[in-house]
Design a protein. Structure first.
Ligand code: ZN
Length: 222
């Protein structure tokens, strides 16, 4: 009984959300679609996939790319023969992130995401303490990126090889935080898990691992 009414409410929220999207009010649509996703029982995979797909569209309109790709990745996992899957494959790059206008930008965003995530995971609440810290960290990351992309060996690498370098490369951030042995161990495990980047994903999705369970997580997903 409870499930039925929950599912009914969910479909009302979905309908209202789509209506708001059509009227170019993505912020209102986003709130409604989120409610819809929350209310759909996990067993209703087809409905959930549909709601997650539309949620990702609303997120994209709000320029929240990290969360959009997460929602889309989940939508296409629930239903492989779906528009969500086609849309996902068309719009994500080899890193499993939303495609940027050029390959170089794809590389840059993957590098910055990985480095910032690895920095923030060591900070309390996964947040910067101040604006100054934020810009100093970003500056160091971009300087490192510049050196990296200008090296000749880097230019000829495939995406999977680049990703391994992005994950292995440890920037020495001064004053801000100290690495702990435990975290280093955790990172090695992460690196290990993504070593066969180009391979088909172990989850059976049929997608390359890098575009599926091994995709580069955006900061909003921390
Ligand atoms: Zn997978």
């Amino acid at each position: 009984m409870k499930t039925t009414s929950g599912a009914n409410k969910a479909s009302i929220f979905l309908r209202k959300g789509l209506h708001e999207l059509a009227r170019h009010r993505p912020a209102t649509a986003l709130a409604l679609l989120r409610k819809s996703v929350e209310l759909i029982p996990p067993s209703c995979e087809s409905e959930l996939s549909k709601a997650l797909y539309w949620l990702s569209i609303a997120l994209l309109r709000m320029d929240q790319r990290d969360l959009a790709v997460k929602s889309l990745a989940n939508a296409q996992k629930l239903r492989r023969q779906s528009y969500a899957r086609k849309f996902y494959v068309r719009n994500v790059n080899e890193y499993g992130m939303i495609k940027r206008p050029t390959k170089e930008l794809d590389d840059l965003y993957a590098f910055v995401s990985i480095q910032l995530s690895s920095y923030l995971l060591k900070r309390s609440n996964h947040r910067f303490g101040s604006e100054a810290e934020h810009s100093a960290v970003l500056k160091l990351i971009l300087e490192t990126w510049k050196r990296l992309k200008e090296s000749d060996e880097f230019k000829n690498l495939e995406c999977g090889e680049k990703l391994s370098i992005f994950r292995k490369l440890k920037i020495d951030f001064p004053n801000f935080s100290a690495y702990t042995a435990g975290l280093r161990y955790g990172e090695r495990q992460m690196l290990h898990a993504t070593i066969d980047n180009g391979r088909t994903c172990f989850c059976g999705s049929g997608l390359p691992h890098m575009q599926c369970c091994g995709r580069v997580r955006g900061l909003a997903e921390l």
